[in-house]
Design a protein around this ligand. Structure first.
Ligand code: MLT
Ligand code: MN
Ligand code: ZN
Length: 305
């Protein structure tokens, strides 16, 4: 399989338009060693021809421009995007659907029932799209049997429900439903290799732990370094865990969790918030990750398994 990181930042991107934190200012001024990043999405392919997108980022048009494989140019109007899988209904993962409204047929969209509800009520983008290309919605199964996506050769997908957070506009924001947020294992049927993708991960419960343990590569929540990062900076009253993101540092944090994986597992962080010190490649936090064998993803990074 080939996996391409289209966008490695959390909501807001890096730099965030209205932010002057040390990272955002530093990347704008070129005074820190880092790279700008767009918002959260990856693409996966079994044959390098047809791709499935995981999430449709607000930055999707820029992401497509920067990855020509998604625009094959063999007909007047066409795309190599065979389908889109949503891992939740958050703005940073769904707004890009509106940017794909010019498609010449309904978009093949895979999502769970709670996500479908959110996208037809609290954030009714699917209703808006009915006036354009529309979507053909496929019920995303949360079972170990997994599912295949027509047009995507050689890959199988297994989704698991996980604890994170439904978006603020979700009618069930305070009544979590299984499937508000999911993690997905992408399985290459020829090589048997498995990649686990979960950009929003509040807690590592047994099904998630199992999926991480059986993966050759994990691409997981890298939103915040510390639980109180946003509070200390004064940008939010909420802690990372309150918004469904397990911080990297501290007891039970992501570094500790990743430390329990089999030695050969490749460990990569994604969905990195612009406030996170790991974005600065000269920071002690970035070095600490390196010491633990943990990589920080960037836009354009490719993983072949
Ligand atoms: C989140 O995952 O918590 C989001 O990035 C928030 C947002 O997009 O506003
Ligand atoms: Mn997000
Ligand atoms: Zn910032």
């Amino acid at each position: 399989m080939r996996v391409r990181i289209l966008g490695s930042a959390a909501g807001g991107g890096f730099p965030q338009w209205n932010c002057n934190c040390g990272n955002c200012r530093g990347v704008r001024d070129g005074t820190i060693r880092t790279r700008a990043r767009t918002q959260s999405s990856i693409a996966a392919s079994g044959d390098g021809q047809r791709w499935v997108l995981f999430n449709a980022s607000p930055d999707i048009l820029q992401q497509i421009r920067e990855f020509p494989a998604l625009q094959p140019g063999d007909r007047l109007r066409t795309t190599a995007i065979a389908a889109i899988v949503l891992i939740d209904a958050q703005i940073d993962h769904t707004t890009g659907l509106l940017m794909l409204r010019e498609h010449d047929k309904p978009l093949e969209l895979w999502c769970t029932e709670p996500v479908f509800q959110d996208l037809t009520t609290g954030n009714p983008v699917l209703k808006v799209l009915e006036h354009f290309a529309g979507v053909r919605r496929h019920q995303l199964p949360l079972s170990d049997d997994g599912f295949r996506i027509p047009g995507i050769e050689g890959l199988r997908f297994v989704a698991c429900a996980l604890s994170s957070k439904a978006p603020p506009y979700s009618p069930h924001r305070d009544r979590p439903q299984p499937g508000d947020n999911i993690g997905v294992t992408i399985v290459d049927e020829r090589s048997g290799k498995r990649l686990f993708y979960a950009p929003g991960l509040g807690q590592i419960e047994p099904p998630v732990r199992d999926a991480m343990h059986s993966a050759h590569c994990v691409l997981v929540d890298g939103t915040c370094w510390s639980d109180d990062e946003l509070v200390r900076l004064g940008v939010s009253a909420k802690r990372a865990r309150d918004i469904g993101h397990l911080p990297q540092s501290g007891p039970g944090g992501m570094i500790e969790q990743l430390g329990g994986l089999p030695p050969g597992t490749r460990r990569i962080l994604i969905h990195i918030n612009n406030t996170n010190p790991i974005l600065n490649e000269d920071s002690s936090e970035h070095r600490e990750l390196a010491r633990h064998g943990i990589e920080v993803s960037y836009d354009g990074m490719e993983i072949s398994l």
